[in-house]
Each structure stands twice: as structure tokens, then as C-alpha cells.
Design a protein around this ligand. Structure first.
Ligand code: PDD
Length: 285
């Protein structure tokens, strides 16, 4: 059966889900997206994702075409129509399609809102047990990475380089320090058991999973320090891991082919993963 997508007020088969070639998301990457995980048919940490959506659209002066409450209803209806058990809901809002290609904002044009789902058994993913390798690449992105913009070409190139190297993610480097993963937040666990992750700023996306993991770790009296770290420090660390809606907490076992810690997922990454999955299940909607 064809999957169902949502396009501007209608639920349609994915193969028929289309927007104009004049859509500003297509022409200018003038749009914002969100990815929310789904476990057992329910949305994970969705209030956090929708709050970030509101912030992102505000930062580019784009008005949402639907209320946040209605957007969540549409997400849920899409999950139900697709009978999605485990996976993700992708949503994208763009500044819509005008009659031509003017850079400045068009007047009287309704924003485009699309959504589709994808299946993924995030909890039982094979990589959760084996860990992943990461490669490092220069961070060549724009200066407002806190906005979840659909302009992802730098990440496409970074993650393609990772795929070609047989790695699961690319860590982006700026001024000798890790900013974040191509589609994830980056963490290390130091030899004296401090969880280190870069503080939120314009240099990184404020990860929803990052925020929840930090809160959950602090609740358990684990030490969390927000500061940038280098690859040398990561290679000298006990553990490394990434977080995102599409992997939750995922151990990193090598960087550029060099082992991190034991070269297998460490106890802290495994523990935080379990804690996060419990949190996810108990707060899903
Ligand atoms: N990416 N940093 C970047 C650059 C990201 O693209 C993402 C998420 C994250 C983690 O954010 P969160 O925990 O809120 O998912 C950090 C999504 C999953 C994607 O592009 O598919």
C-alpha cells in the first residue's frame, strides 16, 4: 500500500504528494523542518520539537500556516493513517510558491506545509549494539545553525563522505573544535566521568534529544559540562556518543578509524540510551 503524506490540508498517497517548482523551499531552501520520533505509534518529545519549530520559523519571519496544536493533530493523523508503529514523522514548512523567483518575501502567499512518515525500529537498531564510527570534516555551514533550515547541502556532503568511508556519522570541525554531527549532537565522557557537550549557540542546532539527555543525566547527579571539545580530547575520552530524534543515544566507537575508549559501546552511552528510551515512552503523546 502506498504511504500517505500530508500536503497543504490534504492527505494524499506519497506518490501523488507534490509541490510547485516555484516553491521557495525548492528554489531558495527558504523553509524549516522538524523530525519527531515515533515509538509504539506515539510521538516522542514532540512539544520540544514543536517549540523549536516555532522558534525556527520566528527567526526567519515565516508564519506557520496552522497552529501548533493543529500541527500535532496532523502528525497524529498521519501516524494513524500509515499505521506507523516505530519511526519518524518529517515535517517541513516553506514560504510557499509565488508566481516567479523573487528573493524578497512574496506578499499574500500561503506557506507550504508537508509531512510524511518513515519506518525505523530506533530502539532495536543494529548500530545501537555495535556503535558507529564517525569521520571528521570541516564545518562549512552558514552562521545560523541554530535555525533548523532545510538548507542541508553541507550536511549532505558530510554524511556522503561518512557513508563512503563506511562511517555512520560525520563530526563537523570548526576552529579545531567539534561543532556537532551532520544530523546529531556530539558528546564525550571524559576519563573523570564528566559528560561534555558543546553549549547551545548560533554554531549548533539546539538538539531536543541533547536537551532531554542533559536533563536526565543531571537528575541522576551525573556531571555534565557544556563546553566545546577537540578530536584529540574525544580520542582520549572514555566514551563518545551522539544524540538525535532518529537514533536517540548512539555510541561512537571510532573517529577517523581510531578507537574511542575500548572501541565498543561504553556503559555510560548504554545507560543514557536506556534512560532516554524510558523517558521517551513515559512522555510520548
Ligand atoms: N537531525 N544537529 C543537527 C545538525 C541535526 O540535524 C539534528 C537532528 C540534531 C539533533 O537534534 P534532535 O535531537 O532534536 O533530533 C543535531 C534530524 C534528526 C535530521 O535531520 O534528520
Amino acid at each position: 500500500m502506498d504511504q500517505i503524506a500530508y500536503v497543504n490540508g490534504s492527505f494524499v498517497p506519497l506518490s501523488e504528494a507534490k509541490v510547485s517548482i516555484l516553491d521557495r523551499g525548492f528554489l531558495f531552501a527558504d523553509g524549516i523542518y522538524e523530525v519527531s520520533a515515533v515509538l509504539d505509534g506515539k510521538l516522542i518529545d514532540n512539544a520540544s520539537h514543536l517549540a523549536r519549530l516555532e522558534r525556527s520559523v520566528g527567526e526567519i519571519s515565516l508564519a506557520l500556516p496552522e497552529t501548533i496544536q493543529r500541527i500535532q493533530e496532523i502528525q497524529k493523523e498521519l501516524i494513524a493513517r500509515n499505521k506507523l508503529v516505530n519511526g519518524m514523522v518529517y515535517l517541513e514548512v516553506t514560504r510557499g510558491a509565488d508566481k516567479g523567483r523573487d528573493f524578497a518575501f512574496p506578499k499574500g502567499v500561503k506557506p507550504t506545509l508537508v509531512m510524511f512518515t518513515s519506518e525505523k525500529d530506533i530502539v532495536n537498531a543494529a548500530s545501537a549494539k555495535t556503535g558507529i564510527g564517525v569521520i571528521t570534516v570541516p564545518d562549512i555551514r552558514w552562521a545560523r545553525r541554530d535555525i533548523k533550515s532545510v538548507a542541508l547541502l553541507a550536511q549532505v556532503l558530510a554524511k556522503q563522505a561518512a557513508a563512503e568511508a563506511g562511517a555512520g556519522e560525520a563530526w563537523m570541525i570548526e576552529d579545531g573544535l567539534v561543532t556537532e554531527g551532520g544530523s546529531s549532537s556530539a558528546f564525550i565522557l571524559t576519563q573523570d566521568d564528566v559528560i561534555v557537550t558543546r553549549p547551545n549557540s548560533n554554531s549548533i542546532l539546539p538538539g531536543c534529544t541533547r536537551k532531554a539527555v542533559k536533563m536526565l543525566a543531571e537528575e541522576r547527579q551525573l556531571k555534565v559540562e557544556e563546553r566545546p571539545f577537540s578530536i584529540a580530547e574525544a580520542l582520549a575520552a572514555k566514551e563518545a556518543f551522539i544524540t538525535s530524534a532518529s537514533v536517540f543515544v548512539q555510541a561512537v566507537v571510532s573517529i577517523d578509524g581510531k578507537k574511542v575508549g575500548s572501541g565498543t559501546p561504553g556503559p555510560m552511552a548504554n545507560r543514557l540510551r536506556e534512560i532516554y528510551v524510558d523517558f521517551a515512552r513515559s512522555t510520548s503523546v
